[in-house]
Design a protein around this ligand. Sequence first.
Ligand code: TYD
Length: 204
Amino acid sequence: MGLFISIEGIDGSGKSSIKEGILNYLRDYNPVGVREPGGTLISERIRALLLDVKSVGITSKTEAFLYASSRSQLVDEVIKPALDEGKIVVADRYIDSTLAYQGYGRGLDLKFLEELNMLCTGGIKPDLTLLLDVDPEVSWHRKKGEKFDRLEQEGIAFQKKVREGYLCLAEREPDRIKVISADRKFSDVLEDALTWVKHLLAGM
Ligand code: TYD
């Protein structure tokens, strides 16, 4: 069995750069990098459907099922085979995104989502989850560098719920989920992330 690391956080928290930094650090292990939703032909098609602005009227439950479908395919096609081969997998988003966004963000029942996660992953959980924690106001300003309009404000209210959700999840599973303050320069955030990765490797 290999090692499984997931990276979580609200939109604009810097997950993909940190993922690249971790993959680079682990390059001698030939790690496998994936992102959600996506990572396989089918999952990328589901991703396109989910992120398309023309996809109006998707209910929260349908949304949860679509993310779960994308994950199911990714686990069967990429994550499980890689772990079975003893590889290290680094995922940009995984089960906690569903709990944070569809659960705490949209208000779906957490028990239902946990069951859904169990069904689509066959119980494969990360050994380590790095939660990049950032204030949505900061990440938004960082991204846009301008004042928000009404809809953007609504967007921030949602991101705030998601952030709080992530922090609740981290409190529930402190051994797995490590909170890293991402409101700092990239090198400092990466250094903290790598500290946890080294810790995990040491226990291999
Ligand atoms: P993406 O462009 O990958 O966002 P980011 O760059 O912030 O990771 O889009 C993924 C979006 O899907 C993001 O807004 C979070 C959302 N999402 C869920 O709502 N539930 C999930 O289970 C997953 C995996 C993602």
